[in-house]
Structure formats: C-alpha cells, structure tokens
Design a protein around this ligand. Structure first.
Ligand code: UDP
Length: 336
C-alpha cells in the first residue's frame, strides 16, 4: 500500500512537479488546490505523465470544515504544504490578503494534523526569509533581516508558527524548505509554470518575451554587482520536487524535530547572465529594456546547500541551461 501524502497547492508550479516525484518514489499524493493561480491544463499534463488522474479536491485550505473532511477520508501519513499566494508585488499592494491566506491556511493544517495524528510536515518556505544577507552564500543559520515584502514576512511568520507548534507537540516534525529561484519544467514539456494573468517572476516573463507577447523589463542595472543587475540562485523545479520526497523520507527516520534546508544550485547568476544563457540555449533573441529598480527586491543572494546535501542526501541533477531549455519547451506547448 502506498503511503498517502496530502499535497496542498498540488496543481501549482512546484506542487505539480512534486506530485510526479512522490508517485515515482512510491507514495500516493492526494491533492488539495483551490485552482486560484494555475490552469487546469496542468491537471491534464499531470494525468498524461502519470497515466492516471491524481486524486484532487478543489478546496481552499483556509476552509477548516472541508479540510477536516479530507483528513477523515484518507489515511494521511504526511503533509506537503505549498498552497500560498506568492507575488511579492501583490503582497506589497494587499498585505492583509497575504497575511490571511498564507497564515490562516497554515493554522488550519497544523490544527488538523494535530487532531488527526499526522506528524510530518514539509513546508514551502523561501529564501525570502533572509532578506538581503550581509554575506553570500547564505547558511540556514544566517540571521534573518527584516523581510523585504509582506510575502516574505508571511514565510518568516510561517516558520515561526511551525517552530512554536513543535515545542508543544513532541511527536510533530517538520522540514522547512527554503526555495531559492525555481525555474524549468518537466522534461516532457507537459507541465511547467503556468500562472493566471500577468506573471511576476523573471522566467515566465522571459518566456512571453521570447514569444513576442511582451517586452521584458530588467529591474535595475545599478546594483552593486558585477554587471549591475540582481543576482539569484536559480534551481530546476524537478530538483526542487525531488528534495520534497527526500525531506519526507528524512522526517520518517530523523530524531530531529524541525530543520530548515536551503534548496538552490549553490551559485548565483545575474538577471543579464540568465537572459544571455536563455538566448543561447533556446537560440532566440530576447528584447528587453532597462527599467527602474523594483520595490522589495534584494540585490543578491545565493545558497549554501551543504546541509540539504548531507542530511537529506540530495543534490541537483539539472543545470541552468537544461532548466531554461525545459522552460521554453513548456511555454511553446502552451499555445498548441
Ligand atoms: N526581474 C526583472 N524583470 C522582471 C521580473 C524579474 O528584472 O520582469 C528580476 C528581479 O528584479 C530579480 C530577478 O529578476 O532580480 C528574479 O525575480 P523573480 O521575481 O523571478 O524572483 P525573486 O525576486 O522573488 O527572487
């Protein structure tokens, strides 16, 4: 019998790829998603790769009654909690909305895990918890700066809620996965990043610029970096997906209670470097213009990933080149 894992936000970008990794590792994922920021064509792509439709409940994680019914329906042995709003810009405009959705849903999950005796939680955290670090690469114990956006604050607060919950629940364990910049898509081209409306993240916008749908703006070229543009640690979404499975199996064995893990490639690329690499691997020209800095952006950050390598026995398999290739491959499929 496959162990059943509840995956909130399982039709989203990282969630959908994690469904595949879970299935391949012998788990049965149970998806809960309110489909607020993803296209249902991702479900078709998932079903096509899996060879069957995954179990899905179209429910909002803040709806405790509906979530309780789902916890009752299955024999859940762990939860991966992705479901959250994730736009930095939107969070600056509507901080209350972010606070409510991202933290209320976590509160519901923790309460129901307690009620239903589910002890293992993998939490979607983010490099945003660090703010702008003084030194790169950042380690998990690097002290946090003030969050650069309300979105970042919800991730910091989410981690604090989990730490506090663990203190009063001795059998509860959690892996806090701090994602750097997820990019790429499943190599089949059948699933990938497909947000509703105008995307916020760099690569979906580069993809649309590649198709001539918009002109790309580079937010700032006057940062204190070698080429003046911001530096991030870009990681292939399939590598990120695999880390969730490793984290789940680690939780099943470890005596530790709550640990945070950086998940990146462990190297930084500037915005300009990424665009040039995208042009090279996809043999396409990306038109762009230089625009003012974007509010809430940190200048540069990349990860030290030695903790995830050592404790989770995880490492990346895909390069930035492959990620950018897969990303455009998926983008081209969207129009077909
Ligand atoms: N970026 C950009 N133009 C865009 C979107 C993003 O220059 O249209 C830059 C952004 O300023 C940042 C980097 O690309 O330096 C990555 O941005 P993204 O929003 O993807 O991730 P995050 O800022 O959350 O790390």
């Amino acid at each position: 019998m496959r162990k059943q894992i509840l995956v909130t936000g399982g039709v989203g970008f990282i969630g959908s790829h994690t469904i595949l990794s879970l299935h391949n590792a012998g788990y049965e994922p149970i998806i809960v998603d309110n489909l607020s920021n993803t296209h249902t064509s991702i479900l078709d792509g998932l079903s096509s790769i899996l060879g069957h439709s995954p179990k899905l409940h179209v429910v909002d994680c803040c709806d405790e009654e509906a979530m309780n019914a789902i916890f009752k329906l299955y024999n859940i042995s762990g939860v991966i909690h992705f479901a959250a709003f994730k736009s930095v810009a939107e969070s600056v405009a509507e901080p209350e909305k972010y606070k409510r959705n991202n933290l209320d849903s976590l509160q519901v999950i923790l309460k129901l895990m307690d009620q239903h005796q589910v002890h293992h939680l993998v939490f979607s955290s983010s490099a945003t918890v660090y703010g702008q670090p003084d030194v790169n690469p950042v380690l998990e114990e690097t002290p946090w700066k003030e969050a650069a956006s309300p979105y970042g604050w919800t991730k910091q607060e989410g981690e604090r809620m989990i730490q506090a919950f663990a203190q009063s629940h001795s059998t509860f364990k959690s892996a806090l996965l701090r994602y750097f910049n997820p990019i790429g898509a499943h190599p089949s081209g059948k699933i990938g990043e497909y947000p509703i409306g105008i995307p916020n993240n760099l690569i979906p916008l580069v993809n649309q610029a590649a198709k001539g749908q918009r002109e790309l703006k580079i937010f700032g070229e006057d940062y204190n970096t070698p080429d003046g543009t911001c530096i991030r640690d870009y990681i292939h979404v399939m590598d990120l997906a695999d880390a969730h499975v490793k984290a789940l199996t680690w939780l099943e064995e470890t005596p530790l209670q709550v640990e945070a893990f950086n998940l990146g490639q462990g190297k930084g690329d500037s915005v300009l470097e990424i665009i040039r690499l995208y042009e090279k691997v996809n043999q396409i020209k990306i038109p762009f213009e230089i625009a003012p800095r974007r509010s809430g952006d940190v200048e540069q950050i990349w990860a030290d990933v030695s903790k995830a390598k050592k404790l989770l026995n995880w490492s990346t398999r895909f390069s930035s080149e492959e990620a950018l290739l897969h990303s455009f491959q998926f983008e081209k499929m969207i129009d077909q």
